[in-house]
Design a protein. Structure first.
Length: 456
């Protein structure tokens, strides 16, 4: 039997840990640094998944040492940040099988201008764009452009760096926030300004092993806006329907068909992978995430590429995938993806994200995610959920008296599966109502919030 280490601490990472723990080849999953929510799940209680604390989990040599000392057979790096700081480089140098690209290749996500360059080289359709280093030049550009734009911080911004603008004033404010106020830090030293596109968003994934590509023939839909489109009160209060890292997801996407999957592979995935392998000569081992838009005229365009699974996309895809993830992961490392058969079950899945909503602060109020949010609210109701649902934890902590408490804006994912999307939705919504985040400063009212239109 083998041991796996999942590097990360969020919902996607918890989900990957759970999926590896289901493998017939795995008897232990180390979750580093993990999160305390794992102890509230059956596999955590059975010590199948164990959160690991190192003196410094950002010291990648220490991570490598842990893997060697504990006979770890495979490391899966869940998020872009450690990849862009070279975790896969350190592990690969020590011959520790790792899923996740080297630092140089993680540029595909950490440098949007480079992504656009790659897409042009691969001749893949994408919206019109320009790159700016100077906020004054960027402002002049959007004043006169005449169509709506998305202003994107060039660097990493935890999935929140793309600001969709309705008009020139919004675009000027976005440039000011990103380039002058530096709300995303140095990631805003440059911006990419792109034509805003309307249509249906598709999140599409592929595994690469340095030689072959395994496009997942199943895709899902993420919901990035913070609020439901008809929640006018919240949208007005927050100054727009703010972008988030994702507020929910469903799978299969209503547009899944063999013909669209084949089209995505032919028009997007293969040209990009061909460029990576043959033009750049990169030995890329890991996941590629294609953020796509399909417009009403049936045009497919790429609006982002990431170097890891999506969050919350991973949570529904992994529930639907019946292939053993450890077998898949080892095939990535050993260049054997051509041997892997992808098998999908027949269920539909819905992921609702329970977020921190409006809560009382010691002085005043926290508006809630994605703006300032409170912490330390006791999470109640998990024991009342119907059997068969998955709960993956993200922003949680433990408190001496309150037990499991909230710690982040996106707190937990509740995933339900059923034979139709409608049944999966009903089950998810029926159950999320059983969960509460107890606002101890406000007569124990619940300050949990979730979107009501996931999967509609
Ligand atoms: N769900 C969007 C992301 O993971 O970036």
């Amino acid at each position: 039997m083998s041991k796996v280490l999942v590097y990360g601490s969020g919902g996607r990472d918890h989900c990957l840990a759970d999926k590896y723990a289901n493998s017939q080849h795995v008897d232990k999953v180390f979750f580093l640094p993990g999160n305390p929510g794992v102890l509230y799940t059956p596999k955590g209680k059975k010590e199948m998944i164990e959160s690991v604390r190192l003196s410094d989990s950002n010291d990648f040599n220490e991570v490598a040492r842990f893997c060697t000392e504990h006979n770890v057979s495979l490391v899966d790096v869940g998020s872009e940040n450690p990849l862009s700081r070279g975790l896969a480089d350190v592990l690969s140098q020590q011959n520790i099988p790792t899923i996740g690209p080297l630092k140089e290749f993680a540029r595909i996500e950490s440098d949007r201008a480079f992504t656009n360059f790659l897409l042009s080289a691969a001749n893949v359709p994408k919206p019109e764009y320009r790159v700016f280093f100077d906020p004054v030049e960027a402002a002049d550009y959007v004043k006169n452009i005449g169509y709506q734009v998305v202003v994107k911080a060039n660097g990493l911004a935890a999935g929140k760096g793309a600001l969709c603008c309705d008009n020139a004033d919004d675009a000027l404010a976005a440039i000011d926030d990103i380039m002058v106020k530096k709300v995303f830090g140095d990631s805003g030293n440059r911006v990419v300004i792109e034509q805003r596109k309307y249509g249906t968003e598709i999140s599409f994934f592929a595994y690469l092993d340095g030689k072959h590509v395994l496009p997942l023939k199943m895709f899902c839909q993420d919901y990035k806006p913070a609020f439901d489109p008809d929640d006018h009160e919240a949208i007005e209060k927050f100054g727009g329907n703010l972008n988030t890292g994702g507020t929910g997801c469903y799978c299969p996407h209503k547009l899944v068909s063999d013909s669209l999957v084949n089209r995505i592979i032919k028009e997007i995935v293969n040209p990009v992978v061909n460029c990576i392998y043959n033009d750049y000569g990169w030995n890329y081992k890991g996941v590629l995430y294609f953020g796509l838009n399909l417009d009403d005229d049936n045009n497919l365009e790429v609006f982002e590429i990431n170097v890891r699974h999506g969050d919350p996309e991973c949570e529904v895809l992994m529930r639907k995938l019946s292939t053993d993830l450890f077998e898949l992961g080892m095939a990535v490392w050993e260049g054997r993806l051509d041997e892997i058969k992808q098998v999908w079950n027949q269920q539909h899945y819905v992921d609702l994200i329970a977020m921190e909503g409006r809560s009382k602060a010691s002085r005043g109020w926290n508006p809630g995610y994605p703006k300032r949010y409170g912490k330390g609210h006791k999470i109640e109701g998990l024991d009342d959920l119907e059997p068969g649902l998955a709960v993956y934890f993200a922003g949680v902590d433990t408190h001496e008296e309150r037990g499991l408490v909230t710690y982040g804006g996106r707190v937990l994912h509740l995933i339900s599966g059923d034979e139709t999307l409608e049944k999966a939705r009903e089950k998810a919504y029926r159950n999320i109502e059983k969960i509460a985040f107890v606002d101890h400063n406000k007569e124990n009212a619940s300050c949990m919030r979730y979107r009501k239109t996931i999967g509609l």
